[in-house]
Write a protein that binds this ligand. Structure first.
Ligand code: HEC
Length: 103
Protein backbone atom coordinates (compact mmCIF):
# COMPACT_ATOMS: atom_id res chain seq x y z
CA UNK A 1 0.00 0.00 0.00
CA UNK A 2 2.82 2.37 0.93
CA UNK A 3 4.57 1.58 -2.32
CA UNK A 4 1.43 2.31 -4.32
CA UNK A 5 1.09 5.67 -2.60
CA UNK A 6 4.67 6.61 -3.47
CA UNK A 7 4.11 5.54 -7.05
CA UNK A 8 1.10 7.78 -7.43
CA UNK A 9 3.05 10.71 -6.03
CA UNK A 10 5.77 10.10 -8.57
CA UNK A 11 3.19 9.92 -11.34
CA UNK A 12 1.62 13.19 -10.22
CA UNK A 13 5.03 14.90 -10.21
CA UNK A 14 5.85 13.50 -13.64
CA UNK A 15 2.50 14.54 -15.13
CA UNK A 16 2.88 18.04 -13.72
CA UNK A 17 6.34 18.47 -15.20
CA UNK A 18 5.14 17.20 -18.60
CA UNK A 19 2.18 19.60 -18.49
CA UNK A 20 4.31 22.63 -17.65
CA UNK A 21 6.85 21.74 -20.36
CA UNK A 22 4.04 21.63 -22.94
CA UNK A 23 2.70 25.00 -21.80
CA UNK A 24 6.14 26.56 -22.02
CA UNK A 25 6.53 25.25 -25.57
CA UNK A 26 3.29 26.86 -26.74
CA UNK A 27 4.17 30.15 -25.06
CA UNK A 28 7.62 30.20 -26.61
CA UNK A 29 6.13 29.13 -29.92
CA UNK A 30 3.72 32.06 -29.85
CA UNK A 31 6.63 34.45 -29.30
CA UNK A 32 8.56 32.94 -32.22
CA UNK A 33 5.40 33.23 -34.33
CA UNK A 34 4.79 36.90 -33.42
CA UNK A 35 8.38 37.78 -34.29
CA UNK A 36 8.96 35.72 -37.45
CA UNK A 37 5.73 34.48 -38.97
CA UNK A 38 2.89 36.87 -38.20
CA UNK A 39 3.94 39.32 -40.90
CA UNK A 40 2.91 36.80 -43.59
CA UNK A 41 0.59 34.46 -41.72
CA UNK A 42 -1.40 37.07 -39.70
CA UNK A 43 -1.93 37.02 -35.94
CA UNK A 44 -4.84 34.58 -36.18
CA UNK A 45 -3.13 32.36 -38.77
CA UNK A 46 -5.53 33.24 -41.57
CA UNK A 47 -2.72 34.43 -43.87
CA UNK A 48 -1.64 37.94 -44.85
CA UNK A 49 0.09 37.29 -48.19
CA UNK A 50 -1.03 35.47 -51.35
CA UNK A 51 -0.64 31.66 -51.23
CA UNK A 52 -0.20 31.59 -47.44
CA UNK A 53 -2.16 28.70 -45.95
CA UNK A 54 -5.08 29.51 -43.65
CA UNK A 55 -4.13 27.79 -40.41
CA UNK A 56 -7.49 28.74 -38.90
CA UNK A 57 -9.12 26.41 -41.41
CA UNK A 58 -6.44 23.82 -40.78
CA UNK A 59 -4.65 24.34 -44.11
CA UNK A 60 -1.34 22.43 -44.06
CA UNK A 61 -1.89 21.33 -40.47
CA UNK A 62 -2.91 17.86 -41.60
CA UNK A 63 0.73 17.36 -42.54
CA UNK A 64 3.11 15.70 -40.09
CA UNK A 65 5.39 17.64 -37.75
CA UNK A 66 8.31 16.35 -39.84
CA UNK A 67 6.84 17.75 -43.08
CA UNK A 68 6.06 21.10 -41.47
CA UNK A 69 9.52 21.17 -39.89
CA UNK A 70 11.13 20.63 -43.30
CA UNK A 71 9.03 23.36 -44.98
CA UNK A 72 9.81 25.90 -42.24
CA UNK A 73 13.45 24.89 -42.12
CA UNK A 74 14.11 24.94 -45.88
CA UNK A 75 11.48 27.48 -46.91
CA UNK A 76 8.67 26.99 -49.42
CA UNK A 77 7.50 29.23 -52.27
CA UNK A 78 7.64 32.78 -50.99
CA UNK A 79 8.48 31.67 -47.46
CA UNK A 80 12.15 32.09 -46.51
CA UNK A 81 14.19 29.26 -44.95
CA UNK A 82 14.41 29.50 -41.16
CA UNK A 83 17.27 27.06 -40.76
CA UNK A 84 20.05 28.95 -38.96
CA UNK A 85 17.61 31.73 -38.04
CA UNK A 86 15.62 29.66 -35.56
CA UNK A 87 16.88 26.72 -33.49
CA UNK A 88 15.31 23.28 -34.03
CA UNK A 89 13.59 23.66 -30.66
CA UNK A 90 12.11 27.02 -31.69
CA UNK A 91 10.77 25.49 -34.92
CA UNK A 92 9.22 22.61 -32.97
CA UNK A 93 7.66 25.08 -30.50
CA UNK A 94 6.19 27.17 -33.30
CA UNK A 95 4.69 24.03 -34.91
CA UNK A 96 2.97 23.20 -31.59
CA UNK A 97 1.68 26.77 -31.54
CA UNK A 98 0.44 26.58 -35.18
CA UNK A 99 -1.71 23.59 -34.22
CA UNK A 100 -3.50 25.77 -31.62
CA UNK A 101 -4.60 28.26 -34.35
CA UNK A 102 -6.97 25.74 -35.93
CA UNK A 103 -10.51 26.84 -35.01
C1 HEC B 1 7.61 36.14 -46.27
C2 HEC B 1 6.37 35.57 -45.85
C3 HEC B 1 6.37 34.38 -44.90
C4 HEC B 1 6.98 34.27 -43.67
C5 HEC B 1 7.83 35.32 -42.96
C6 HEC B 1 6.63 32.97 -43.16
N1 HEC B 1 5.86 32.29 -44.06
FE1 HEC B 1 5.13 30.42 -43.84
N2 HEC B 1 4.42 30.47 -45.73
C7 HEC B 1 4.41 31.58 -46.56
C8 HEC B 1 3.81 31.23 -47.83
C9 HEC B 1 3.58 32.16 -49.01
C10 HEC B 1 3.49 29.87 -47.76
C11 HEC B 1 2.90 28.96 -48.87
C12 HEC B 1 4.07 28.34 -49.59
C13 HEC B 1 3.66 27.55 -50.80
O1 HEC B 1 2.94 26.55 -50.61
O2 HEC B 1 4.04 27.94 -51.91
C14 HEC B 1 3.88 29.43 -46.41
C15 HEC B 1 3.69 28.15 -45.94
C16 HEC B 1 3.85 27.76 -44.63
C17 HEC B 1 3.52 26.47 -44.08
C18 HEC B 1 2.92 25.30 -44.85
C19 HEC B 1 4.08 24.47 -45.35
C20 HEC B 1 3.64 23.22 -46.04
O3 HEC B 1 4.53 22.43 -46.30
O4 HEC B 1 2.46 23.02 -46.30
C21 HEC B 1 3.84 26.50 -42.76
C22 HEC B 1 3.67 25.38 -41.76
C23 HEC B 1 4.38 27.81 -42.49
N3 HEC B 1 4.38 28.55 -43.64
C24 HEC B 1 4.81 28.23 -41.27
C25 HEC B 1 5.54 29.38 -41.05
C26 HEC B 1 6.19 29.71 -39.82
C27 HEC B 1 6.14 28.85 -38.57
C28 HEC B 1 6.82 30.89 -40.01
C29 HEC B 1 7.68 31.64 -39.01
C30 HEC B 1 8.77 30.91 -38.41
C31 HEC B 1 6.57 31.32 -41.37
N4 HEC B 1 5.78 30.38 -41.97
C32 HEC B 1 7.02 32.50 -41.93
C33 HEC B 1 4.89 32.83 -46.24
C34 HEC B 1 5.67 33.12 -45.12
Amino acid sequence: MKKLHLNSLLWAALLMSVASAATADIREGSQVYAKNCEICHAGDGSGAVPDAPNFRYGDSLIRSDTDLFNSISSGKGMMPAFQGVLSEQEILNVIIYLRTLYQ
